[in-house]
Design a binder for this molecule. Structure first.
Ligand code: CO
Length: 170
């Protein structure tokens, strides 16, 4: 299992690099990311959250074994509609907020065998896809909020900042 990096760890703010080949090391990382995600009761996890600055994320919005999705070098091709629903992030513990997102997205990515695939998602799955893709671009969910909504989270974010600086200096 991997340690989940928490805000404001700089790896979370970095834009990630494309995955260049699918090898044993990547396969192992995928397995570890699923284990880490399930242990933390999350529905999605992006590689930067475990300290790997590459374009890879795993998700399972249904929680069923057949619901596992692995996205390698994902790109959003189309998005439509808008939904403003509650969201949280394993890297921003204890902080939740409504976030406006597209209601439906179509994504192109490579799966773990290197095959190109298109994924059409709506509802929670569409939200998770957009949240995880944001991670690959160094963006956290609260950065999508307007100033007023973000203000309400400032105190909680400051607590996380203090914890991070205490931990990294000890
Ligand atoms: Co997240």
């Amino acid at each position: 299992m991997r340690k989940i990096r928490a805000y404001p760890d700089p790896v979370l703010a970095r834009r990630t690099a494309a995955v260049r080949r699918i090898d044993e090391a990547l396969e192992k990382l995928v397995v570890e990311m699923f284990e880490t995600m399930y242990a933390a009761r999350g529905v999605g996890l992006a590689a930067p959250q475990v300290g790997e600055s590459i374009r890879l994320c795993v998700m399972n919005p249904t929680g069923k074994p057949e619901g596992e999705v692995i996205l390698i070098n994902p790109v959003i091709l189309e998005s439509s509609g808008e939904l403003n629903e509650e969201e949280g992030c394993l890297s921003v513990p204890g902080v939740r907020s409504n976030v406006p997102r597209a209601a439906r997205v179509r994504v192109r990515a490579y799966d773990r065998s290197g095959r190109e695939m298109d994924l059409e998602a709506e509802g929670l799955e569409a939200r998770v896809v957009q949240h995880e893709l944001d991670h690959l671009n160094g963006r956290l969910f609260f950065e999508r909020l307007n100033e007023a909504a973000r203000m309400t989270l400032n105190r909680q974010l400051r607590v996380l900042e203090e914890e991070f600086h205490t931990e990294s200096s000890s």
